[in-house]
Design a protein around this ligand. Structure first.
Ligand SMILES: *[C@@H]1O[C@H](CO)[C@@H](O)[C@H](O)[C@H]1NC(C)=O
Ligand SMILES: *[C@@H]1O[C@H](CO)[C@@H](O)[C@H](O)[C@H]1NC(C)=O
Ligand SMILES: *[C@@H]1O[C@H](CO)[C@@H](O)[C@H](O)[C@H]1NC(C)=O
Ligand SMILES: *[C@@H]1O[C@H](CO)[C@@H](O)[C@H](O)[C@H]1NC(C)=O
Length: 222
């Protein structure tokens, strides 16, 4: 009996040592509670008719659909929620509603994809420009209207920006996009922009095939 107890103790101790070692190496890092709360508020601002966010209630937000945490720090680095296409209805299974400013709590976010969701003819919220670590931003086909917030020019780490297929106010390509000095992919197709790219951008990225220049003002031709 006593031997058995000691064996048990030993096994427990070994398990503990292994767990500690893993934590020490930063491979087991759970979700940061403050960020979890931020995601829950983000979800609260949305109408989720298709249960896309149904996994968003467990303890570990790093396991939630579309969420990826850094396995070093545990911080959320990626939010990838393009609306899935349904073969049955021939529609996107879109989230609807508005983007909560609680997203700003995700200070380590480098990737945000909300494409093909339905923001119901709202403008792009200027606060998104405060997500300064963002490298990849995809707001394609998400029913945005109005003017691009000039603050987006502050997203100086952006490598890829896709704003295609939205209903922005007709007009020239906003000059502040030229401050996105690291940009490699830019898509402004079918988004009501007319005219030429700022020449800085042409030099930076977009004279290459990465930029669909022919489509830039082709909404009229659709
Ligand atoms: C973190 O996770 C990614 C993807 O799962 C993996 O490729 C990478 O090696 C991991 N890094 C560490 C330090 O565990
Ligand atoms: C943005 O999202 C759309 C739809 O999900 C996708 O087709 C497109 O490739 C994405 N753009 C970039 C630059 O990844
Ligand atoms: C960028 O941020 C700075 C400081 O927050 C602000 O003064 C400036 O107006 C912003 N630029 C744009 C284009 O929004
Ligand atoms: C916009 O252009 C980029 C770069 O060419 C491309 O990767 C992306 O898929 C395009 N987006 C859409 C919605 O077609």
């Amino acid at each position: 009996m006593a031997l058995c107890f000691f064996e048990h103790l030993l096994v427990s101790f070994l398990v503990l040592v292994v767990v500690c070692a893993k934590v020490g190496h930063g491979t087991i890092v759970g979700c940061v509670e403050r960020e979890r709360q931020a995601l829950l508020r983000f979800k609260h601002g949305l109408v989720d008719d298709y249960g896309i966010l149904s996994s968003w209630d467990s303890r570990d937000c790093c396991q939630w659909r579309g969420v990826q945490c850094s396995n070093q720090s545990g911080h959320i680095i990626l939010l990838h929620l393009p609306a899935p296409w349904s073969e049955y209805t021939y529609h996107y299974q879109s989230l609807k509603g508005e983007i909560s400013p609680s997203l700003l709590e995700l200070e380590h976010l480098t990737h945000l994809d909300l494409s093909c969701n339905d923001f119901e003819r709202r403008p792009i919220p200027p606060f998104l420009a405060s997500l300064t670590k963002i490298q990849y931003l995809n707001l394609s086909d998400a029913n945005f209207i109005g003017r691009l917030p000039s603050q987006l020019g502050n997203l100086s780490n952006l490598l890829s920006l896709d704003l295609s297929y939205n209903y922005f106010e007709w007009g020239p390509i906003p000059p502040f996009l030229a401050s996105l000095t690291k940009i490699q992919h830019l898509n402004l197709s079918y988004a009501n922009f007319i005219g030429r790219l700022p020449s800085q951008l042409e030099n930076l990225c977009c004279a290459s095939e990465s930029f669909d220049a022919n489509n830039i003002n082709s909404r009229t031709q659709r």
